[in-house]
Structure formats: structure tokens, C-alpha cells
Design a protein around this ligand. Structure first.
Ligand code: CTP
Ligand code: CA
Length: 220
């Protein structure tokens, strides 16, 4: 059964937001709670997988049997994920910042009389998932997440192809009772030649159904 299919496999899960520092007291973050990724890590450990959870800044307890590595920024998450390769499966559930301040101000940024605005210069971060996909140690199965508005399937399938993923789990954001910060969610999971709707359901239940699908795709 699906329950045994992941036993003994090494699974890396990334979860939560990243914080990109602006100065010693401020950062750019996002609304990711980390709950989906933590639920996946917990469920995979219950199935006997060897699970490493690379976690951005979240206030969640470490699931039983999971090895947790805490990080703050996108750059730190990049290095922490690569340090865990090789792995059999990588599940990228983190909401990684796309841009980060070009430099961190060494002291607290002060406002000055007569200035009516502040311009921050941001630069692109590295795409962790896309880099893992082309690494010689690429895991057998790569799972991405995509939080989208509008035409969810088109955007999600675009990322599936562009990032060379095996599965992408998309959720519509900006809808009441789903996505970021919520305990419940609904996912549309796409792969080359297939799709499956999961939920709406609690994230703990979605994690189980997603791992069932991961186990199926591993066999395919
Ligand atoms: N991702 C990543 N590294 C980044 C940005 C995203 O590993 N620097 C991963 C996310 O963890 C997720 C997947 O890529 O699994 C898709 O993230 P998403 O933000 O939806 O896609 P982007 O490629 O960043 O595109 P955009 O935000 O412009 O829609
Ligand atoms: Ca993004």
C-alpha cells in the first residue's frame, strides 16, 4: 500500500517564508505559515521516510522523527537545501522571496526631515527548486508548490515545465479559507499528462493525499 512506499527514502522538505533583512530591525517577509510543509514532513516521517525539514522563520513545533534545519533568508535556504543533497525526493513547500535588498543597511534606517519616500533596491534571489532540478544530484522526484491567482492551471503547468518538475501543487490564493495562514487548503496537483484535485481539507489530510500521489508517481 501507499503507506510503505516511502519507507527508507530520504526526503527533503522546505517550508515557511523567508525573511530578507533591510536593516538590523526590519525585513521583507510573506504570509506563509509553514503549516503545509510541516504537515508533509510529519506525514512522511510517519511513513518511515528519513525526513529533513528546512524551515524558514515559523512558530511551529518540530514534527516527531523529523530532522529540522532552521534558516532565515532565501540565500540561507538555498545553501541549507543543497547541503542536504543527495536525496530521493525534494518537496519545495516554502514561500521563498523572489527579491532581496541589494544590501543590508548596517544601522537602522532613519527618516530625515523633508524626505517623503524611501526607495529600496532589490535584486533577484536564486531559484532553489530550478537549481536543484538541473543539479547532477537531482532527486528522483521534484515537487513544487505554486500559489496563484487567476488562471491557476496555466501558471502551474508553466512552472512544471520551466522548472523541470515531476509534480506541482497549486493553490488559489486570495480565497477565503484556503492557502496561506489557514489550517485548510485545496490543491490542484499537475504532472505531465495528469492532474488531481485534493481537498478542500485540513492541511494534515492534504499532506497524506499528496504523499499518496508522490508514491504513485515514484512508481510510474
Ligand atoms: N522557489 C524556489 N526558489 C525561489 C522561488 C521559488 O525554490 N527563489 C520554489 C518555491 O518553493 C515553489 C516553486 O518554486 O515550490 C514555485 O514558486 P512560485 O513563487 O510560485 O514561483 P516563481 O518561480 O517564484 O514565480 P512567481 O512568483 O513569479 O509566480
Ligand atoms: Ca515567487
Amino acid at each position: 500500500m501507499a503507506g510503505a512506499a516511502l519507507a527508507g527514502l530520504r526526503i527533503v522538505v522546505s517550508a515557511g517564508p523567508t525573511y530578507e533583512d533591510i536593516d538590523p530591525v526590519r525585513f521583507i517577509g510573506n504570509r506563509s505559515s509553514g503549516k503545509m510543509g510541516f504537515a508533509i514532513a510529519a506525514a512522511a516521517a510517519r511513513r518511515g521516510a528519513d525526513v529533513v525539514l528546512v524551515a524558514g522563520p515559523v512558530a511551529l513545533p518540530t514534527p516527531d522523527g523529523v530532522h529540522r534545519v532552521d534558516v532565515r533568508s532565501a540565500a540561507q535556504m538555498h545553501d541549507a537545501v543543497f547541503a542536504q543533497l543527495p536525496a530521493d525526493i525534494y518537496i519545495a513547500a516554502a514561500a521563498v522571496a523572489d527579491f532581496t535588498p541589494r544590501q543590508v543597511a548596517p544601522g537602522k534606517i532613519k527618516k530625515r526631515d523633508g524626505e517623503d519616500g524611501l526607495t529600496l533596491e532589490l535584486v533577484r534571489t536564486r531559484d532553489i527548486l530550478a537549481e536543484v532540478a538541473v543539479d547532477p544530484r537531482r532527486p528522483r522526484l521534484l515537487v513544487g508548490f505554486a500559489a496563484e491567482t487567476g488562471d491557476v492551471e496555466t501558471y502551474a503547468r508553466g512552472k512544471l515545465a520551466k522548472k523541470k518538475l515531476d509534480l506541482i501543487a497549486a493553490n488559489r490564493v486570495g480565497v477565503e479559507g484556503s492557502g496561506f495562514e489557514s489550517d485548510d487548503n485545496a490543491l490542484a496537483v499537475y504532472w505531465n499528462g495528469g492532474e488531481r484535485a485534493l481537498g478542500p481539507a485540513p492541511k494534515t489530510e492534504l499532506a497524506e493525499r499528496l504523499l499518496d500521489l508522490v508514491a504513485e508517481r515514484l512508481r510510474a
